[in-house]
Structure formats: C-alpha cells, structure tokens
Design a protein around this ligand. Structure first.
Ligand code: HEM
Length: 494
C-alpha cells in the first residue's frame, strides 16, 4: 500500500515536471551542456561554485544559462552585471520562488517582487535607519561600546592562539541586536546562543549545498526527511527569538521615544493598517528576520576573512597601523569622522569586499517581463544570477584580480578613487535591490578594523608554519561565503 502511494506521488510529480519543462519558454543564450533530467546539477560542487562559473564564462560568454534539475538559471558576467543591476534595474528586480524560500521567507522583503508593499517597507526601513541620526552618529556610539567589550575579550587571550570566530560573531550579533532592539546582551547570555543556533540552522537548511532536493521534490516534506526537519528546526528557533523581541517591545514602545528599528516598525504597523505598506504579524516577523540575517552573517564573515588576510599581509597591517597612529593616535578609539584621514583603511575595506565578495551572486534576481539581454531573449520569470564574484575577479575591470592590493583603490594624491571610477565594484549590489544595510555595514567594518589594528598586531597561529591561505578556492558557500576555521594570535601593541 505504502509502495503504491509513493509510486503514485513520484509519477505525478514526474509528469508535472516534464510538462513544465516542455511548455516553459527558454532563454536563447548559450547553454552549458548537461545531463538529461539533472541538467548541470552534478557538474559542480554548489558549495564551491566560483571556479566553474568562471570557466563557463570563458567558454560561453558573458550571458549563459545553466540548468539545475529543470530550473533554468541565466548567469550574467562582466559589465552585464552593471547593465542588469543599474541600467535596467526595474526589469530585473524580481525574486525567483522556490519551495524552501517560500517556507522560510514567505511574507518578507528580501524575497518579494518589487510591488507597492515592497516600496513602502523599504521606505520604512530607510526612515528607521535615519532615527540613528545623520552620519550614523548613534550607530557609532553603540558600536564603540560593543567594540570596547570585544577588545577586552581579545586582550584576555594574552597573545595565545585562538579562533576569533566566536568573539567576532558575538560582537556583530550584539550590534545588530542593539540596532533592532535598542539593547545589548552580556556575551554569555543564552539568548545569544539561541541566535547563533538559528543562524547555523539556516545555513544547514537553506545554504546552496543543503536541502536542494526539497526544491526539486517538495512533496518529500511529507516523509519528514532530515533536510525538512532542519528547516522546521530553523523556523522554530527563529520564531522563538523574534516573537520574544516583538512581545517585549510591544510592552515598552513609546512613540515619542523611538530608540530602535523594532520601535519604529511597530509604529509603522499601527499607522498603516488597511493602507499600502500594511504590516501583518508575519510581515513584521519576516522583515525583522531580514535585518537580523542580512546584518549578521555578511558582516561576521567579512571580518573573519579580513583578519585572515591581515595575518597573511603584515605589510598591509603596518600601513593601516601607521595611518591610524598619525590620524587618531593611541589614546582614543577611532570614530567615523576619522574616515576622511584614513584613505588606506577605506581602500583596504574596498579591496576586502572585492576580493571576498561575501554574497558572490547577490541574492538571485528574476526577469519581471519578457525582455532581451545582449541580443538574447529572456522570458519573464527567468532566474538570474548576477556573478559579482566573477566581475570582481575579471581582469577586464580589475587588473591582476587574484592579488590582494588595496592600492588599486588609491589615486595619485593618496586619496580613495571616486565612486564613479570604482563603479564596477558592487559588493552590496546596486540599483533597486541594493543592500539596505550598506551604510551600516561599512560603518561597522571601519570601526571594527581600525580599533583592532590600533590595539593589536595580528599574527599567524605559529611562526614556523605560516598563515593559512585566504585564496578563494578555500572558501565555502553557505548563506554567505565563509573561510575555513583558523587560529591567530593578537599581541597587544606597546
Ligand atoms: C558586509 C556586509 C554586507 C554585504 C556585503 C551585503 C551585501 C548584500 C547584497 C549583495 C545583497 C543582494 C542585493 C541584490 O540582490 O541585488 C544584499 C541585500 C540585502 N541586505 Fe545586505 N549586505 C551586508 C550587510 C547588511 C546589513 C548590515 C543589513 C541590515 C542591517 C543588510 C540587509 C540587507 C537587506 C534587507 C537586503 C535585501 C534588499 C532587497 O531585497 O531589496 N545587509 N546585501
């Protein structure tokens, strides 16, 4: 009996799948040859996809398509990325849907097509960000408090080898928590642990290497397979955290004293009942989730990579240190006003964002209507991967791309080159779907790295074996790219 049911389910799914494949319009760009049914799914390790996409770019040009078990994906490369994101932003601003995204992100902002609510919610968020004052002054004071804690914890390691992951993660999570909730938690608070657990569960259930079978065969959820259990586990942990935040804030929000993003969202919710931009409880929870995950894994992984690069490049570390000492001194912590006098630090951070490209293909985009791209037809609904990682390592735009060299962003007067001159650098994407947290992220990275280098010399775990490589072939793609685990020593500066 059970066998008959399984057979029935599988054959119905196969028939539907075949019907969809045979009737769906297809993009006319070159296609990477693959296997029947599976397409290119077995051609590459989805947790380390960058090298093969680069090879296909060389073989098939700047617009080509791959097939992931029936789902056609157009991969755009080189300056086509700029065309898609900036020049024709509205045409490609949609988001594709997959069963997993729907189960996890339904009702959110990130995976929503740009409809009226999307526009209203983005406005709410930008307005909320402005509550922090011009020039991010409040963010700065909040981050500096957190940085002091972080510096003390690093100092506690007494120059001995340690893996900085946990310390960075705690710091980044607390900054996000203050941003969302207006308060921080002690680093050993169990709630921080629950947040970390939720992030791990998200990577395990929704990273590209995990749970793909659920997108292909959504009915597998009825068999409660391990990847579906992980996904439900994530949803539960996420709900535990965010429901708690919402309940707490509902009890204490004072409309005359907005101190954080959640205060602001609750006010927007009250003011927009029945109007464009109305926020249901689910929307509220999901947008909070977007800020939490958007702001945590990206920044945490960028910091972890950044320190790995610094232990590989003592000469870059010294140059950053010298500039900090000259412009800020040793006594006070660096602040955002120092930025104008620290062009080399900015150049280092730009190069870090380029070299690593934490979200290598942005978040998948979708064509909003039938269109063409470089002469190829692209049907409405086609999923588009904007290969930012490929663009950032394309020697047509970044000469000697595999060398880590902050000086590429410095002009002949020692200043950072203009945004126009670096327009092909888009680690936060660009256009209609540009990262909402770009200014916040840049401010945090600046404050964290300047404070770390001002106080410590970062060295490899031991002098004899040298530091682990930071070459992208070692990166692992989860929700964002991450480095393999490593240890370093942080020796306090005299
Ligand atoms: C190093 C840090 C960060 C990097 C490199 C980064 C990068 C990106 C990228 C590439 C996208 C995809 C845009 C697209 O699909 O075209 C994105 C979207 C987004 N990011 Fe970030 N991000 C960072 C930090 C943050 C922070 C701190 C927040 C929130 C506080 C945030 C919130 C978001 C949101 C809400 C979106 C979705 C925008 C939309 O779909 O319209 N991000 N980010």
């Amino acid at each position: 009996m059970f066998g008959t049911i399984v057979l029935l389910v599988v054959s119905t799914w196969l028939a539907q799948w075949l019907y969809k494949r045979l009737t769906k319009k297809s993009a006319s760009c070159p296609s990477v040859p693959g296997l029947p049914l599976l397409g290119n799914a077995l051609n590459f390790d989805i947790t380390r996809p960058m090298a093969i996409l680069e090879k296909w770019n060389k073989e098939h040009g700047d617009v080509y398509k791959i097939n992931l078990m029936g789902e056609e994906v157009v991969v755009v490369n080189g300056d086509v990325c700029y065309e898609v994101l900036v020049n024709r932003s509205d045409e490609f601003a949609g988001r594709p849907h997959t069963p997993r995204f729907d189960w996890i992100f339904h009702g959110d902002l990130v995976f929503r097509d740009p409809d009226e609510n999307f526009k209203a919610w983005r406005k709410f968020l930008h307005h909320g960000l402005r509550q922090y004052g011009s020039g991010m002054k409040r963010i700065e004071s909040v981050v500096q408090e957190e940085i002091k804690e972080c510096l003390a914890t690093v100092e506690d390691q007494q120059g001995e080898p340690f893996d900085p992951q946990n310390i960075i993660h705690g710091t980044v999570l607390n900054i996000i928590l203050i941003f969302i909730m207006g308060k921080r938690l002690p680093k050993d608070d169990p709630f921080i642990d629950t947040m970390k657990k939720a992030e791990r569960a998200l990577s395990e259930s929704c990273g590209p290497g995990a749970g793909v079978e659920l997108d292909m065969m959504p009915w597998l959820r009825y068999f409660n397979i391990p990847s579906y259990k992980k996904l439900i586990g994530f949803n539960n942990l996420r709900d535990e955290v965010i429901n708690h935040w919402i309940k707490m804030k509902r009890e204490e929000t004072d409309p005359d004293n907005v101190s954080c993003m959640m205060d602001w969202l609750l006010i927007c919710q009250e003011e927009h009942v029945g109007k464009v931009g109305a926020l249901s409880e689910v929307n509220l929870k999901m947008i909070t989730q977007n800020i939490w995950f958007g702001g945590s894994l990206t920044t945490f992984n960028s910091c972890y990579f950044g320190l790995l690069i610094l232990i590989n490049h003592p000469e870059i570390q010294s140059k950053i240190y010298e500039q900090i000492i000259k412009a800020v001194g040793k006594e006070r912590l660096p602040c955002l006003d120092d930025r104008a006098n620290l062009p080399y630090v900015d150049a280092f951070l730009l190069e870090l964002m380029r070299y690593v490209t934490i979200l290598p293909f942005a978040v998948p985009h979708k064509a909003m209507s039938d269109t063409t791209l470089r002469g190829y037809s692209i049907p409405a609904g086609t999923q588009i991967w904007v290969n930012l990682f490929g663009l950032h390592h394309d020697e047509r735009f970044f000469p000697d791309p595999w060398t880590f060299n902050p000086d590429r962003f410095i002009d002949k007067d020692g200043q950072v080159i203009s945004p126009f001159e670096r327009k092909m650098l888009m680690p936060f994407s660009a256009g209609r779907r540009v990262c909402f947290g770009e200014q916040l992220a840049r401010a945090r990275l600046f404050l964290l790295f300047t404070s770390w280098v001002q106080r410590f010399t970062f060295l490899p775990e031991d002098d004899t074996s040298g530091p682990p490589s930071y070459h992208p072939s070692n990166y692992i793609l989860g929700i964002a790219l991450r480095a393999e685990d490593y240890k370093l020593r942080a020796v306090p500066r005299k």
